[in-house]
Ligand binder design. Sequence first.
Ligand SMILES: [Zn+2]
Ligand SMILES: [Zn+2]
Length: 259
Amino acid sequence: MTKLKLTIKIAAICVMGLFIGCQTEEADVNPTTNGTTSTTVPDVYKKIYGASSITTDGTFLIIKTNGTPDHESQYFPTNNALYKTYAGTTFGGTEFKKNPNVIATQTLTFKIPLNPTVANNHAATPLGAIGVALNGVAFYNQYAGPNNQVLTSEIASFDKYYGHPTGTSQYHYHVEPLYLTTVKSTKSGLMGFLLDGFPVYGPTEESGKAVANSDLDVYHGHAHVTVDFPKGIYHYHFTSDAPYLNGNGYYGTAGTVSQ
Ligand SMILES: [Zn+2]
Ligand SMILES: [Zn+2]
């Protein structure tokens, strides 16, 4: 039966007075637009001050950033106000040695679950962005390249604030983002979120105790109350030793990033 014939038939039945309050809406009206989901962004995500926009569809948060740091770096083009030469040590006391890459503006869209949940299968983190820092810079995992190449030889190229750009000019942090832990926040503060929606904290707990790998599970996190999440939440921590941020994959089900 065509929709038109169905509508006419239902209308005819109504006219006959056999139904009270009967409607002529057709059965194939989209049932998903029920309007019951919240579209308010919780305050904690507003701490991502580097985002150009943060919105939610009630299921995911959509966080857009240009991926560039808000701190000085020798990796900016020399005509950028934040360009600054640096000589000295970087992460782990390694002598800084610049790589040939230059920071450029990116178009990053992080889509992360609004209500993160533990995954049955803990997917490995890929190369490229795996999360977003409060200043809009991407977080990367503990590997330098395909087949789990270790970061060791790249650590020297981390700048004063422990980040560096890729060959495609995407600036990122594999380890503690020093500008956030020393200038914008503290060693125990919220640093950002991974794509699974679980938060990332600095290398100490709020008590001041340094977090060791042995305090964390294989995904490099654990659960307890934080100032941002008074009911308690699973969270990752940066540590001074590898894997630095994430271990054997995401704890939760990851969202997506377009970069
Ligand atoms: Zn890197
Ligand atoms: Zn913790």
